[in-house]
Design a protein around this ligand. Structure first.
Ligand code: MG
Length: 266
């Protein structure tokens, strides 16, 4: 695959910022929110997250169960989420900086593209479409339309146990020849990021969330973020040559050992 097939390479960037959407760009996970409020509820959903982290079930099956428990027409689900989901208070500032500094932002999500685009459009405004969004999709159930009660279901991105295997999008960038390959960042918070965690140069894991625990368990280098202000600071330092991604990637484990990663150290 040549760089012509990679949308984020169009402007020959030195850096690309890949990111999860739910709980990373947003303060709350929209699919969790939907499941907890108009699906089978928080308790069952949280158990599914834990079972996925422990490898008992795939993310794909757990997520399908969550979405199958939501019966509202799809257009009503979109309205419900657009009204209730907020962005990280500093994401807009980061995004404006990224546009000015030729750092393409690519959203890699296990959520559904129509919902993500509707939330971004509402909260970012017209520039929202400068962000590439790669996620799962939605389709009508046989004989139904998506905008009727019980009429929609997930249409997965690929056949993997993740539903959307984020590494499939990341790897062609990672494998570019050295003189073209940009430095790759990734930010995430949870189980949907496991397929991406090992593929980039610097992984930002959200303080206090499942991805931190996973990185420690799997020995994946990472750093911690609390909000997009801390991400912007770190990326600026790296772009200015004040820190290397290698040094930054050691910080997560050190913070974890010091009890400052928001999860309990063993
Ligand atoms: Mg997430």
């Amino acid at each position: 695959m040549g760089s012509a097939d990679l949308p984020a390479m169009k402007t020959n960037p030195k850096f690309i910022f890949f990111t999860d959407f739910d709980g990373t760009i947003t303060t709350q996970d929209s699919n969790d929110y939907m499941t907890d409020n108009i699906g089978y509820g928080r308790q069952k959903r949280r158990q599914g997250n834990i079972d996925t982290l422990e490898g008992k079930i795939t993310f794909r099956d757990s997520f399908k169960g969550m979405m199958d428990s939501v019966n509202k027409p799809y257009n009503e689900c979109i309205d419900f989420l657009v009204q209730n989901i907020k962005l990280d208070p500093y994401f807009n500032e980061f995004f404006k900086w990224s546009l000015k500094n030729n750092v393409p932002v690519v959203v890699l999500s296990s959520g559904m593209e129509p919902i993500i685009k509707a939330i971004l459009k509402n909260l970012i405004g017209p520039d929202y479409d400068k962000m590439q969004v790669v996620g799962n999709n939605v389709k009508a159930r046989p004989g139904k339309s998506i905008n009727e009660e019980g009429g929609w279901e997930l249409d997965f991105h690929d056949d993997s146990g993740f539903g959307h295997d984020k590494s499939l999008t990341l790897r062609p960038y990672a494998q570019l020849p050295q003189d073209q390959r940009p430095t790759m960042f990734y930010a995430g918070d949870g189980v949907s990021d496991l397929s991406a965690a090992k593929e980039t140069d610097l992984l930002f894991a959200k303080k206090g969330h499942d991805l931190v625990t996973y990185c420690v368990k799997e020995d994946v280098p990472f750093t911690i973020f609390e909000d997009w202000r801390s991400i912007l600071e770190k990326v600026k330092e790296i772009a200015a040559g004040k820190t290397t991604v290698q040094d930054a990637a050691k910080q997560g484990y050190e913070l974890y050992k010091a009890g400052e990663a928001g999860v309990k150290a063993d």
